[in-house]
Design a protein around this ligand. Structure first.
Ligand code: 3BY
Ligand code: FES
Ligand code: FE
Length: 424
């Protein structure tokens, strides 16, 4: 019997898997991670394999593909993905990879097609992924049915589309049920993207998320955001003031009367939903805190819906307000490079120039994103130094960061699977 030595090509990450498993076992909880977690190429590859190819990811909004044949594309690391609206209105997700010789099928970031046609030799697929036509003679035994597009798990709720590249996706149903219930009054299925931005940050994706998970930096960094945003969103927050608690009680009464859900919901550490009031007298994240779109979302009649915050680890945070929503998608590009896509959504019948001005709608979060980009990039540069060592998170101000890092370490530990460090 031959015992083949495993080739490094079969598992180029095997050494880093062992190393990371040991580091996770020995990490100091409540402290930032060791340097390689933020800058090492192999560890980045492991993040992609064990987090981004295993967990549910926020991909886009269903209103971006409103009709049959509308599609959008995105890249999860090296994996090009296509999300397309099928004939019965279903949303499908596939690897955007032709089953002939592997060409990318859709090359645009969005569009509308009758069929999915490969640009290389025109193999043609139905919107549900079946191969319909393979051109010239492929030989006697060729069976179209064996060459459909490779599907990816996809779910949508409340207008948010999530995908999972794993063959055995973790369960997400309870979260999706809550997203549907909380977003329903805003009817984001019938919204449209008023404007969007794409920024590339020279920082590891975890620094982008860490930055978003705390408002310790808000006072020093975000004057525009603080025109409307409360620095905390939970009456149990140790910093919550009596004035905030009184405002919350009042707003929660108003929302109850309108049957608008607001209670804080958690799904493990991965997801968190809550509706929290903006500053007294402010109804939207605009420069003056007033409506950025005259037409409210859904059938809403009261603009003051506070901010419905939806967190989805590893790659999204969102604010859904009465007049508009701002959704954020984070995608790693490299160990020290991350793309953040922000979309501002308004009612689909809102008229640009009449109901809203995209330039003013985007101002607060453009400013905030730019400020956060600088903070994340400076964080990265300091971490790259030989002087860096993990530092303590504040339990009062940075509990959200602690939760994120605990979630990440847990998922990484579970998903890298094969290694039991205690047996090494
Ligand atoms: O508003 C946000 O999305 C987060 C929460 C706190 C600070 N940061 C800007
Ligand atoms: Fe797609 Fe040849 S690679 S048709
Ligand atoms: Fe920030």
């Amino acid at each position: 019997m031959s015992t083949a030595t495993p080739s490094p090509l079969d598992d180029p990450l095997s050494a880093i898997r062992h190393d990371v498993a040991c580091r996770l076992d020995n990490r100091q909880p409540g402290f930032s991670l060791a340097q390689p977690f933020y800058n090492d190429g192999q560890l980045f590859a492991l993040d992609m394999e064990a987090i981004f190819e295993k967990e549910w990811l926020f991909a886009g909004m269903s209103c971006e593909i409103p009709a049959k044949g509308n599609y959008l594309t995105l890249d999860v690391g090296d994996n090009p993905i296509i999300i397309v609206r099928g004939a019965e209105g279903n949303i499908h997700a596939f690897h955007n990879v032709c089953r002939h010789r592997g060409s990318r099928l859709c090359t645009q970031s969005r569009g509308k097609v009758a069929k999915l046609v490969c640009p290389y030799h025109q193999w043609t697929y139905e919107l549900d992924g079946r191969l319909l036509f393979a051109g010239s003679d492929m030989g006697g035994n060729f069976d179209l049915a064996e060459y459909g597009l490779r599907p990816i798990a996809v779910e949508s709720a409340g207008g948010f589309i999530f995908i999972c590249l794993s063959d055995t996706p973790p369960s997400i149903d309870e979260f999706l049920a809550n997203v549907s219930r909380y977003v329903a009054p805003h009817d984001l299925e019938n919204a449209k993207v008023a404007v969007e931005s794409t920024i590339v940050e020279q920082a590891n994706w975890k620094l982008v998320i860490e930055n978003n998970r705390e408002c310790y930096h808000c006072n020093g960094a975000h004057p525009e955001l603080l025109n409307s945003l409360q620095e905390f969103d939970d009456t149990d927050d140790p910093r919550a003031t009596d004035a905030y608690k009184a405002l919350v009680a009042r707003k929660q009464n108003d929302w109850d009367a309108l049957d608008i859900p607001w209670e804080l919901q958690r799904h493990g550490r991965r997801n968190r939903l809550t509706r929290t009031p903006l500053l007294e007298g402010r109804v939207s994240m605009t420069m003056d805190g007033q409506q950025g779109c005259k037409r409210l979302l859904g059938e809403l009649t009261d603009p003051d819906m506070g901010s419905l915050r939806i967190l989805h680890l590893p790659n999204s945070w969102n604010h859904v307000m009465g007049d508009h929503a701002v959704v954020f998608r984070v995608m790693p590009l490299g160990p020290q490079q991350t793309v953040v896509t922000t979309k501002w959504l308004v009612h689909k019948d809102a008229v640009e120039g009449v109901d809203y001005d995209p330039t003013s709608l985007r101002r607060v979060w453009d400013a905030t994103n730019e400020q956060d980009r600088r903070l994340a990039e400076e964080n990265q540069r300091g971490i790259n130094s030989k002087a860096y060592s993990p530092g303590p998170y504040s339990p009062t101000y940075e509990f959200g960061v602690i939760d994120f890092i605990d979630w990440y370490c847990e998922r990484l530990q579970e998903n890298i699977g094969q290694v039991t460090p205690s047996l090494q």
